[in-house]
Write a protein that binds this ligand. Structure first.
Ligand code: ADP
Length: 283
């Protein structure tokens, strides 16, 4: 069940002095089971693009298909689209409002029409996916730590069992432990539940570690698509458009420029270490 974006353009404030072409003829297929990373400078159109994938925004021109059905056609309701394509916004905990964690996580399920007698099981399942203790259910979400609040908000989306999960900067503002936990949980969803993940992040290390494919947006257009290896091999171009490459890729690139015989298409600390050890052993 892929998502297919065809010739999508989107204009904010069309016809007004502040008119802005935010997406310019974007075409892209998001395949079942992939972990797609979306990178790009601030203002390049990442959030605008993902808000089209679950119908929050309607294309100015072009189409978005879910499983070959145009999501704005009569064949499907946006409610069903939003259940299949879950969206975790930036700082999702700002949207918590329930008196209890249970109430917050169950909110989307109730809207979806899940019967009352199934709510408890679905809420427990979602909390387990984000490693939250079930005894938090009756607590107020506002008493929890920042990382826990964010996980409650994510659980509210996961409770709907989406096939696609969009996360817009899900680790922004968290400490390293909170970041790692969220990424670990997202990666587990991808691997164990085969949830298709669409992740917006500025963290190139995370992208290199988790994404199976990357899309680079520049001024509302798709500038590059490829595996992390393919995309990060374009270090010069990425830097020109204001994006970095993983630190280890940069280190290996620098060594190569200084005449060392190393491969520069590696990006984890482990890969860089073994490459440098090899280099030292051969001296
Ligand atoms: P990114 O997520 O990559 O930072 P956005 O999709 O938020 O980029 O923004 C793309 C462009 O659209 C930017 O120029 C931004 O200023 C503009 N934009 C985003 N949201 C709005 C809005 N609600 N009204 C007007 N312009 C907007």
């Amino acid at each position: 069940m892929p998502i297919r974006v065809e010739n999508l353009s989107y204009i904010y404030n069309a016809g007004q002095p502040m008119e802005k072409l935010a997406l310019n003829n974007v075409s892209l297929t998001i395949n079942d089971g992939e972990f797609l990373g979306i990178i790009g400078h601030t203002g390049s159109g990442k959030s605008t693009l993902v808000q089209h994938l679950n119908g929050l925004l309607k294309p100015s021109s072009g189409r978005v298909y879910l499983d070959d059905v145009d999501i704005h056609s009569k064949q499907i309701s946006l409610r069903v689209v939003r259940q299949k394509v879950g969206m975790v916004f930036q700082y999702p905990e700002h949207q918590l409002f329930g008196e209890t964690v249970f109430e917050d996580v169950a909110f989307g399920l109730k809207n979806m029409g899940v019967p009352e007698n199934q709510l408890s099981q679905r809420v427990d399942e979602a909390l387990a996916m984000v490693d939250l203790e079930l005894d938090l259910k009756e607590r107020s979400p506002f008493e929890l730590s920042g990382g826990q609040k964010r996980r409650v908000a994510i659980a509210g989306v996961l409770a709907m069992r989406p096939k696609f999960l969009i996360l817009d900067e899900p680790t922004a503002g968290l400490d390293p432990k909170g970041r790692d936990e969220i990424l670990k949980q997202v990666s587990r969803l991808h691997q164990k539940r085969n949830t298709t993940i669409i992740l917006i992040s500025h963290n190139m290390e995370d992208m290199a570690r988790f994404a199976t494919r990357l899309v680079v947006l520049v001024q509302g257009k798709v500038a590059l698509v490829g595996t992390p290896k393919e995309v990060f091999s374009q270090a010069g171009y990425l830097e020109k458009i204001g994006l970095g490459v993983p630190h280890m890729t940069r280190l290996l690139n620098e060594l190569k420029l200084r005449g060392c015989n190393v491969s520069s298409d590696l990006y984890t600390i482990e890969d860089a270490e073994s490459e440098i050890v090899k280099l030292l052993e051969n001296k």
